[in-house]
Write a protein that binds this ligand. Sequence first.
Ligand code: HEC
Ligand code: HEC
Ligand code: HEC
Length: 447
Amino acid sequence: MTRRSWLGPLTALALALALSVERVYAADQAGGAAGAADAAEIARGAYLAKAADCAGCHTAAPHLTRRGAPPTLSPPFAGGLGMGSPFGTIYSSNITPDLHAGIGRYSYDDFARALRDGVAPGGKRLYPAMPYPSFARITDDDMHALYAYFMHGVPPVATPAPETQLPFPFNQRWALMFWDWVFAPRGVFKPEAGRDAQWNRGAYFVQSLGHCGACHTPRGPAYEERGYSESSAAYLTGGTNDHWFAPNLTGDPGSGLGRSSAADIAAFLKHGHGGGLVTFGSMVQVVEDSTQYLNDTDLDAIAVYLKSLPARAPSGHFNGQSRAAQQTAQAFKTGNVERPGAGVYASYCARCHQMDGAGVPQKYPRLAGNPAVLSPSTTSLVRLLVEGGASPHTDGGPEPREMPSFAGKLNDREIAHVLTFIRNTWGNAAAPVTARDVSSVRAALHK
Ligand code: HEC
Ligand code: HEC
Ligand code: HEC
């Protein structure tokens, strides 16, 4: 089972548990002004934990107890989610306040050091699968609220998470000290003096709690992110993780956010739908577990910050008014489309994405001018066609819709043709996709 299918209900459970515990805690403290302040601090910590998606990584997949019975959800924050790395599986830790299995013995300083420096008590160095290089920027105020939440707002779970056992030399955690020296940034977020409060709020969220760069920034040879703020040229210009390509979030008008408005970006983060785009791949769980819970002020700030990033790493083009765009529109009307891939598109894709590539608002994404379709890496496009997908389930958002899997219906050549077609029709222009590109992604996915 994929994380995507269970994180929706899981998030609901986590919130319900967190809220009920908060209520008990608040009741315990009732009567004292200090108690009320603590409850507010814990609630703020719960919100920040959503912004940072702690539950997404620190909750194991649901397990089957009996054949045919619905899977049992794993307790939130009890760890044990396996994350693939080039060296083997890394399991997330139990971060509930249990004294033995979890982090109940952590002092505030232990907590801040684990989050910012990637060093757990006893000097255990954490693998950067835990995004401490981004969390290094979390302010002291927010760190205190997170600590209050994890100590008093999360129910303890006594089951230890499985041990991570990587082969030698990757099991030598002390050696991460060198990685940290060279690559991990230091210092909490410092507001830019020349920017207003909204921009700084957005920059702070994106760079620290949101750890957006963990997916959207390309990585170097030692798995380090090539930059942690807009002062680095490669920051947020697109990266591949787990065979999903997270696109360029700078102002590139081709495959970046150059043609998206701040309002579209905020809507996309709130419900996974914005400006005709629909989130897919690993971004679905980011929206479901994390960004949908952010308030409008914070979503707008994130959008304003992203829109301020100058165009970098340009790739792909879109011109809806071009002659080529008019010609395809005409050819589709008269049924005279001979380009390879056009037939596959008409038979298998147009019923949802429409002949003119415009999609259906709140249901199916437009492919015309879609930055993800124009991206330099086509890994995500191949993966989506082979595996299929479903749009996110959010509070108050559009109903989730499925994109079918074409693994059994189209061969590698047909997939390459239809992808090349959607990348070069309706005014889209991007490099073609070859059958070899398709087969190498399928081999890596074992699909
Ligand atoms: C992208 C995935 C991811 C996210 C998001 C994440 N973590 Fe982690 N975290 C991990 C992994 C994986 C480990 C275990 C690393 C290891 O064993 O070296 C870990 C380890 C930890 C530890 C060390 C526990 C110990 O003693 O072993 C703490 C504390 C922690 N995380 C807290 C948090 C908090 C709080 C948040 C949210 C603010 C968070 N994490 C968000 C993946 C994540
Ligand atoms: C787990 C990896 C991951 C993380 C973390 C992540 N993203 Fe994404 N994001 C993706 C992938 C993959 C896509 C491409 C699929 C899609 O368009 O939904 C994407 C797409 C997007 C898009 C649409 C881009 C376009 O041009 O169509 C936006 C905007 C975005 N992400 C913003 C963010 C922000 C802001 C954050 C941090 C709060 C973030 N992402 C964190 C993986 C991630
Ligand atoms: C039954 C309706 C349906 C059909 C048929 C369909 N799709 Fe989709 N498509 C969707 C939905 C729904 C999404 C959003 C998926 C998600 O969120 O995981 C999507 C997403 C996409 C995306 C990612 C763009 C984005 O912004 O989300 C591409 C590219 C795509 N489809 C291409 C195709 C191609 C090519 C075909 C034909 C081979 C096809 N689709 C057939 C419903 C469909």
